[in-house]
Design a protein around this ligand. Structure first.
Ligand code: ADE
Length: 230
């Protein structure tokens, strides 16, 4: 799967792409990530501004339509393939596991990261991206949101997780609307806190029943909305 990330701060992604599962997935060529610096498409070549004041007044600056549209079109043309375009904004549709599963089947995603007060509206009018938010809070820019999406999508791609780390049991994964049950590893006891006996009983049926009951209890206590949603 290929991700193209359009940003004013491409360096933000560098360390992130070499670490952990994502680093391995890139090394194994299961995933490609390309960052594109919007400034490379700035109309002026001296200071390379890509932002300007909003017409009608108001605080802050907007990212201009010209470099953004030119960048996206040039990147798609070079790859000879159009991408599913995603624009990160707090005004977008809320990202969730279902959306991650859908994105994971797309083959190619173009992620547009806003900064300042966001993009000129004509970016949306012309490029018609899907607008996506990672939650009801405001970040300094879309880069962290783009990393969240890449992270959640990559772990769903075939071959990225080993069998032993399958994403099927994840909270929120397809058909699973319960939170995960608690897990324990060695030692069996620490400062008077013991591992529940059932987990060391060897009784697999009892263990499965205990885990299911714990998942249900956790979900009721912490996220009862998940039990009500369709
Ligand atoms: N940019 C700023 N805040 C954001 C959010 N909550 N989700 C996606 N992109 C953003």
């Amino acid at each position: 799967m290929r991700f193209d990330i359009v940003t004013l701060f491409p360096a933000i992604f560098e360390g992130y792409m070499t670490q952990g599962l994502l680093g391995k997935a890139i090394q194994r060529e299961l995933v490609q990530i390309h960052q594109h610096d919007l400034r490379d498409w700035a109309p002026q070549t001296t200071h390379k501004p890509v932002d300007d004041k909003p017409f009608g007044g108001g605080p802050g600056m907007l990212i201009q339509v010209e470099p953004t549209v030119n960048c996206v079109e040039a990147v798609e043309k070079k790859a000879d393939q159009s991408a599913r375009r995603i624009l990160l904004t707090p005004q977008g549709k809320r990202f969730d596991q279902r959306m991650a599963e859908d994105f994971a089947t797309s083959g190619r995603l173009m992620l547009l990261c806003g900064r300042y007060e966001g993009f000129d509206q004509r970016v949306t009018d012309i490029l018609e991206p899907e607008e996506v938010s990672i939650g009801d809070f405001v970040l300094n820019g879309g880069e962290v949101a783009a990393m969240v999406i890449v992270d959640a999508v990559v772990r769903l791609l075939p071959g990225v997780l080993g069998d032993e780390n399958s994403s099927i049991d994840d909270s929120f994964s397809r058909g699973n609307r319960l939170l995960e049950f608690p897990q324990y590893t060695r030692p069996r006891e620490f400062r008077g806190h013991a591992v529940p006996d059932v987990l060391t009983s060897g009784d697999h049926k009892a263990i499965a029943a205990w885990r299911e009951q714990q998942s249900l209890q956790r979900t009721k206590q912490r996220r009862s909305d998940l039990l009500r949603d369709e």
